[in-house]
Design a protein around this ligand. Structure first.
Ligand code: PEP
Length: 255
């Protein structure tokens, strides 16, 4: 069965609740006829309830951007998986490079978070990717192998297909430097093969997104690649118009 593409917008720490309402009212009419692409917005915790209510019944699913792995506990400032599922969040971004580099999120933590998300009925979007220095040193494959092995270690083979992986070369995030089509396809096919080493069927079913300076102008080329099942979009998801243009590019991409 063909994999349904997913276009997910990562808002990062942008948009108050009022701004998020303006945004969703601008986005909904632009995606009302979309049928062959899953659409997600990954919003700050404070926007979750409003966005889930406003997007209910539409094509737009709402994700969080982080969570703790424990169900509850003395973890000041953290949010648990059941707190997200109780709100009806569809899923959660895990291991974004900004969380890894700025907030010390480790592969050990992700090995707990990914299965905890699944356990709570949330779709994890697990981000992986190499730094510029790692790419220059031909270290990309080693880095991806290590992240996929460690971060998915706690996921049983029969649940692997439920995980979404986002390949995000760190040098392409927020820099305007996009991976070439060849680089994106090669890395994503490599990730699929790594998953295939654990479970062949899961590797065929699981969705792998590309992320890193995706814009309306470059989306069509990236989304037409055989192993690319969608995009995780930062900057260009902040305006409903440009986000909708990327969704439209996914709808018309050859599959
Ligand atoms: C991201 O935040 O995951 C991202 C890919 O950002 P940008 O599209 O702005 O590079």
């Amino acid at each position: 069965m063909a994999r349904m593409p997913l276009i997910a917008g990562n808002w990062k720490m942008y948009k108050t609740e009022e701004q998020s309402e303006d945004y969703i009212q601008a986005l909904l009419p632009r995606v009302s006829s979309v049928e062959t692409v899953d659409v997600a917005i990954c919003v700050p915790f404070t926007d979750l309830r409003a966005m889930i209510d406003s997007a209910r019944g539409s094509r737009v699913e709402v994700y969080a951007q982080n969570m703790h792995h424990e169900v509850e506990g003395a973890y000041t400032g953290e949010i648990s998986p059941p707190m997200l599922s109780e709100l009806d969040a569809r899923g959660v971004v895990l291991g974004h490079s900004e969380r890894r580099t700025l907030f010390g999120e480790t592969d050990k933590a992700l090995a707990l978070k990914v299965p905890a998300a699944l356990e709570a009925g949330l779709v994890p979007i697990l981000c992986v990717g190499e730094t510029e220095a790692e790419r220059d040193n031909d270290d990309t494959d080693r880095k991806l192998r290590q992240q996929i092995k460690d971060d998915l270690a706690g996921v049983a083979p029969e649940r692997l297909a439920e995980v979404v992986i986002a390949y995000e070369p760190i040098w392409a995030i927020g820099t305007g430097r996009v991976a070439t089509a060849e680089q994106a396809q090669e890395a994503i096919a490599f990730i699929r093969a790594l998953v295939g080493d654990r479970d062949k069927q899961a590797a065929e079913q699981l969705r792998i997104l590309y992320g890193g300076s995706v814009k309306p102008e470059n989306a069509a080329e990236l989304l037409a690649l055989p192993d690319v099942d969608g995009a995780l979009v930062g900057g260009a998801s902040l305006e409903a118009e440009s986000f909708a243009a990327i969704i439209a590019a996914a709808e018309s991409a050859p599959r």
